[in-house]
Design a protein around this ligand. Structure first.
Ligand SMILES: *Cc1c(COP(=O)(O)O)cnc(C)c1O
Length: 465
């Protein structure tokens, strides 16, 4: 502990502010912040702490600057998603295309004709920026967009069925992570849920038997994050649309992720597209902007013009609408779909999902030696095959062959500490723990040089800063 004589040597706030090391702190954080941080460091030293030697003005300035920098670091700073889950909800789902980023930035910087019709000079509709594109890409009569797909389902249910009943199969009463449970959303939408069929088997006659004067709609829900296998039966979109049509009620099909293209072309499992759901006769189809579609968070509703009109007139729409930044990014993302041949090159979500294992393996082998050099002595690394997941409840059982760097602590040392050190890097590295090892799946690693630069901080004398 510092003694009294030593404390008398403690520099004043003014002397610290004048120290050469303080200039950059002043420049970056301003006088008020810098002064407060210096005072805090001085108070800490006076209070005793573990400092046997009282630092000079430069030393105090360095500590104050470090404290300010730590506080300033954003929790939302970019990280390396090497979890192997490409569309990771907790890590922000789809990484946007350059075109979308540029469009969003342009919309942020300046005024735009968000609700202004440039042709006539009159008031316009914010949805008009996407309406034509969505109609073109899905074949639907009309389209609208809200905050996310949960909001799309909420407003569609509320508009079609408030105070009345919606009929859903027991096999489709999904829960998606983050408290999205179909029965709860129905309740909040003011719709009474009528469950039909059983968990594993539901037939057209089950829906028919549930129809009554209070039936407002039939609903079909994509079982995004699970699959029922074995002795099963589900009523397909086209057949259910026929039941709805006979009954004179609309069919709402919640596709969840939703895709605009045939994914099998990119080595993924085929999923029904939004266009197919529309062609099958669904009156409304809902899907996400930031799952397989690869855009920013949004929820699309496409379908019959009369129903889309009713949704747009629902006062909830005002509360669930999206801003100009996202509209600009969505428009740019959707436009990429006009050129399917180059889509995987331009849309990162698809490009990452479409990467083939041999290419990722080559990357793993390339990185191995350089990574080994910065590792703590008690951590071993090897390149191993692994399987990536698509994530966000899209194609839950379809995993993609990939390659990973696998880290172990062979002498029983603390792998957890290493995992924590990776999280504390200037750009955090997030992997997944599996069977006592840390896997860094390289599917989503696009910038190898940045990855190695960042990792070099592990070997720095004071560990990661
Ligand atoms: C993901 C999903 C939702 C919710 O979509 P968000 O865009 O996350 O709000 C709703 N329904 C299904 C079937 C889903 O898969």
């Amino acid at each position: 502990m510092a003694d009294k004589a030593a404390l008398r040597a403690l520099p004043s706030v003014d002397r610290v502010l004048a120290a050469p090391g303080a200039a950059s702190m002043l420049q970056r954080f301003g006088r008020a912040e810098a002064t407060a941080a210096i005072r805090a460091v001085l108070a800490e030293i006076r209070a005793g702490g573990a400092t046997p030697v009282v630092p000079d003005a430069g030393g105090v300035a360095a500590r104050a600057a470090a404290a300010l920098e730590a506080r300033d670091r954003s929790g939302l700073r970019p990280l390396f998603n090497l979890t192997g889950t490409v569309l990771h909800t907790n890590l922000g789902r789809a990484v946007l295309a350059d075109a979308a980023i540029e469009a969003a930035m342009a919309a942020m910087r300046d005024a735009v004709a968000l609700e202004f019709d440039l042709a006539s000079g009159r008031r316009g509709e914010r949805d008009d920026h996407l309406r034509a594109l969505l109609r073109e890409l899905t074949g639907a009569e009309d389209a609208t967009v809200v905050n996310n797909n949960a909001a799309a389902v909420l407003i569609a249910l509320n508009t079609l069925g408030e105070g009345r009943q919606a009929v859903v199969s027991r096999g489709e009463l999904i829960e998606i992570g983050g408290a999205f449970r179909m029965p709860d959303i129905m309740a909040r939408a003011g719709v009474r849920l009528v469950e039909v069929g059983t968990t594993n088997r539901t037939h057209a006659r089950d829906y028919r038997a549930a129809l009554g004067p209070d039936t407002a709609l039939l609903m079909k829900v994509h079982t995004s994050n699970y699959r029922i296998e074995g002795f099963t039966a589900e009523v397909g979109g086209a057949e259910l649309a026929a039941v709805a049509r006979d009954a004179g009620v609309p069919l709402l099909n919640d596709l969840g992720s939703g895709t605009l293209i045939d994914l099998s072309r990119h080595g993924l499992q085929r999923e029904p597209t939004v266009r197919e759901a529309v062609e099958d006769g669904a009156d409304l189809v809902t899907f996400s902007g930031d799952k397989l579609l690869g855009g920013p968070q949004a929820g699309f509703i496409v379908g019959r013009a009369e129903l889309i009109g009713a949704i747009n007139r629902n006062p909830m729409k005002r509360a669930l609408r999206v801003d100009k930044i996202r509209l600009a990014a969505l428009e740019a993302t959707l436009k990429l779909y006009r050129d399917p041949d180059r889509l995987a090159d331009r849309l990162p979500a698809l490009g990452l999902l479409a990467r083939r294992a041999p290419e990722i393996e080559a990357q793993a082998r390339r990185l191995l030696e350089a990574v080994e050099q910065v590792l703590p002595a008690d951590i071993a690394v090897e390149a191993v095959p692994c399987r990536s997941q698509i994530g966000s409840g899209a194609l839950p059982l379809d995993t993609l062959p990939s390659f990973a760097l696998r880290f172990t602590a062979p002498r029983g040392r603390d792998l957890e500490a290493f995992v924590a050190a990776l999280r504390e890097l200037p750009r955090p590295v997030i992997g997944r723990l599996r069977e006592g090892a840390l896997l860094l799946d390289l599917r989503c690693l696009t910038d190898e040089a940045a990855f190695l630069d960042n990792l070099a901080a592990l070997a720095a004398p004071h560990g990661p800063v």
